[in-house]
Design a binder for this molecule. Structure first.
Ligand code: NAD
Length: 393
């Protein structure tokens, strides 16, 4: 079993991981829960086969109550969080209770928010079972759920006490979801650590035949990209906003599709849109635009027509208007804050020194059409007026 300390909101949080290490992880979890009256294991129905040995092992040391959720994006709501905390109290939870979130990013977010709210905060452990969760969402203290108006609009910050992952759990993730789930790693490579592109390529190449080695490599990319930012900007409100790359249009697509487009796939489309916007504004050159298509192309997304192409454009506009990065910097009602790149690994710095730029919604929508229109090589080139408006950026 390997161990890495991750700095989260000023605390060094152990991240224990390896392949076929469930027994050792359960031992570490039992040690942490030695002072707990109850472990509330919140898990995803799809990972029952992985959760069963965890629950059984833990039950030898501490009382365990199981709460199973259907991990659908539409269920990532306050009402599910309420169900979880009501269940916990019904089971006799106290301030010593440990909430264990075992599943993908959806379970991590609802259980993470429940842990942050129960008795104003009880201990939280993440046991991630998807690539997005293991390589990205657990490396964050943001815990949020969706409201009817948009994604991740309501939440808090809550630091886990432990993160533990048997990478074997990830091998049951369907291949399509696995590849698009790697979009967050593609994002890290494009936006933060372009020098890790060979490692990403290597990992993608090894995924089918040597999944364990590939997953260890991907975990390293996730940690290396995020660690320096989490130390200086743990709540992701300044320089770490770079990890929102691709998330403005991505969140809108994910939300409007009601989960039909998964988070990873949505972020992949969102990065292509951001690249088109940045190219149209004169920031991102042809080579980097081509690099986006190449890196995202490796994720083998479903055809655009089957994804973003079929979504209601007015709904997308409405969700963009409520993007959760609004308020970080002045933005007119017809603009939306986006992270843009001037080249791989270099963000466009906007107002207040933030890696955010107010982009006209019309321009973002045109970029979406350019991506969906999907003539290979099609790029968005006009947008002169918008460029002028961004002259100060
Ligand atoms: N900072 C953050 O908090 C942060 C960062 C990134 C993403 N997120 C959130 O994470 C969510 C996306 O994460 P996700 O892709 O893990 O989604 P998810 O949790 O919805 O899981 C995706 C699908 O995989 C299934 N699944 C999970 N583990 C499995 C396994 N081991 N084997 C087979 N199937 C499995 C689930 O049942 C679900 O159908 C979004 O809600 C996103 O907003 C949060």
């Amino acid at each position: 079993m390997l161990r890495q300390e991750v700095s989260l909101d000023g605390k060094d949080v152990p991240y224990l991981y390896g392949v076929d290490v469930t027994e050792e992880l359960v031992g570490a979890l039992a040690d942490l829960a030695a002072t707990a009256d109850l472990v509330l294991l919140v898990t995803d129905r799809e990972v029952a086969v992985h959760a069963e040995p965890v629950a059984r092992g833990l039950a030898e040391a501490v009382r365990v109550a199981l709460f199973t959720v259907d991990a659908a994006e539409q269920r990532k709501t306050l009402s599910l969080v309420e169900d979880i905390v009501e269940f916990a109290v019904g089971q006799g939870a106290s301030r010593s209770t440990v909430v264990v979130a075992m599943g993908g990013g959806m379970v991590g977010n609802v259980a993470g928010l429940a842990a942050g709210l129960l008795f104003r905060g009880v201990r939280l452990v993440h046991l991630p079972t998807t690539p997005i969760a293991a390589f990205d969402s657990v490396l964050s203290v943001k815990q949020a759920v969706n409201l009817s108006g948009g994604k991740n609009l309501c939440g808090t910050y809550h630091v886990p006490s432990l993160i533990a992952c048997d990478l074997r759990w990830l091998t049951s993730v369907p291949r399509g979801l696995m590849l698009t789930g790697l979009a967050e790693m593609a994002k890290n490579v494009l936006a933060v650590v372009p020098d890790r592109r060979p490692a990403l390529e290597r990992a993608l190449g090894r995924l089918a035949d040597e999944p364990a080695a590939a997953l260890l490599e991907l975990l390293a990319i996730g940690c290396d990209a995020k660690a320096p930012y989490l130390r200086t900007d743990p709540r992701e409100r300044r320089e770490a906003l770079v990890f929102e790359y691709g998330h403005t249009m991505g969140h809108a697509l994910e939300f409007v599709s009601q989960g039909g487009i998964g988070h990873g796939e949505a972020i992949a489309w969102g990065m292509l849109v951001a690249a088109e916007v940045s190219h149209g504004l004169g920031h991102l050159g042809h080579d980097d635009l081509a690099l986006h298509r190449q890196v995202v192309g490796r994720l083998r997304l479903p055809p655009a027509a089957a994804g973003p192409g079929g979504l209601d454009r007015e709904r997308i506009r409405a969700v963009l208007a409520r993007d959760n990065k609004r308020g970080y910097l002045p933005c007119a009602p017809d603009e939306v804050p986006m992270v843009l790149l001037e080249s791989a690994g270099r963000v466009v710095t906007g107002d207040r020194g933030l890696p955010l730029v107010p982009v006209p919604v019309d321009l973002a929508m045109s970029a979406l059409e350019a991506v969906v229109g999907a003539a290979p090589g099609a790029t968005l080139v006009e947008a002169g007026p918008a460029r002028e408006r961004l002259g100060a950026v």
